[in-house]
Write a new protein. Structure first.
Length: 266
């Protein structure tokens, strides 16, 4: 589906979570170039304002900023009540976080926060927009898995598990909601050059350009159930996809440990 057709189908408003940096911020700018009015959601008010100013410069006719911690159980219904009057038909749900390190040394609070954001916020978002869009008979929902979604990953066991949840949910919703006119896409990027890697305690020598990844994802919405955006995303799929799951798990554990840059609790 071309961007222009997408705008006509889903427009005029789009919601982007995790909009202050990384793939979320690049998604904001790509949508702004297509003429969307955009609702930016993230925890950092200052970074959101900066992203909003860039979105305006890139062509968005109207931008709204909502500061919210989506790991909190009531955050999604609260911010959706604030935008209930707006005709938003596309949600780019990029909010997420990752932890790294041996499971035996993991921190309870950090792991609980990761679970609440990566899985809890994802199903709440999917449920809320479905209830809104099922009468509208159109909508586009982008959820974020990962190249970690397809096997266990030692050294990032819980993060990989949360992303496997997202991948499975998106695949099921893709089939469930298609008859209602709602497109669901799982984005499963490989390593991307964003602040996410640093926050997760990783330093990868390879990584896709974040703007290319965001563009690839949006272009796939309405055409696929899963997209592996960017060069490295596609390459990881080609190289690891045919391997037995047990071997993929071992390889991914080796990769995760090799690019870890800290061992202290997150």
């Amino acid at each position: 589906m071309s961007m222009n057709k997408q705008f006509k189908r889903y427009g005029p408003w789009a919601v982007v979570t995790g909009a202050s940096e990384g793939i979320g911020r690049s998604g904001v700018l790509e949508l702004a170039r297509q003429g969307y009015r955009i609702i930016l959601v993230a925890r950092s008010g200052a970074k959101l304002q900066a992203a909003a100013e860039l979105a305006t410069k890139e062509g968005s006719p109207e931008v709204r900023v909502i500061t919210a911690n989506l790991a909190k159980e009531d955050s999604i219904p609260t911010f959706m009540a604030e935008i209930a009057e707006l005709d938003y038909g596309l949600v780019f749900h990029a909010a997420g976080l990752g932890t790294t390190g041996p499971w035996a040394e993991s921190d309870w609070a950090a792991e609980e926060n990761q679970w609440a954001l990566n899985t809890g916020a994802t199903w709440r978002m999917a449920h809320a927009v479905t209830q809104r869009w099922k009468g509208r008979r159109t909508g586009g929902l982008v959820l974020f898995g990962s190249f970690y979604s397809f096997q266990g990953v030692p050294n990032q066991a819980h993060y990989a598990a949360t992303k496997a949840y997202v991948q499975t949910l998106a695949e099921g919703l893709h089939g469930d909601l298609k008859p209602l006119g709602i497109d669901v896409l799982s984005a499963a990027p490989g390593p991307v050059r964003t602040p996410f890697l640093e926050k997760a305690g990783l330093a990868s020598p390879m990584g896709d350009n974040v703007d290319v990844v965001a563009r690839d994802i949006l272009r796939a919405l309405g055409r696929k159930a899963t997209v592996r955006p960017g060069f490295w995303g596609k390459m990881m799929g080609l190289l690891l996809g045919p391997a037995p799951r047990r071997l993929r798990t071992a390889i991914m554990g080796t990769i995760s440990r090799s690019i870890s840059v800290r061992t202290e609790k997150p």
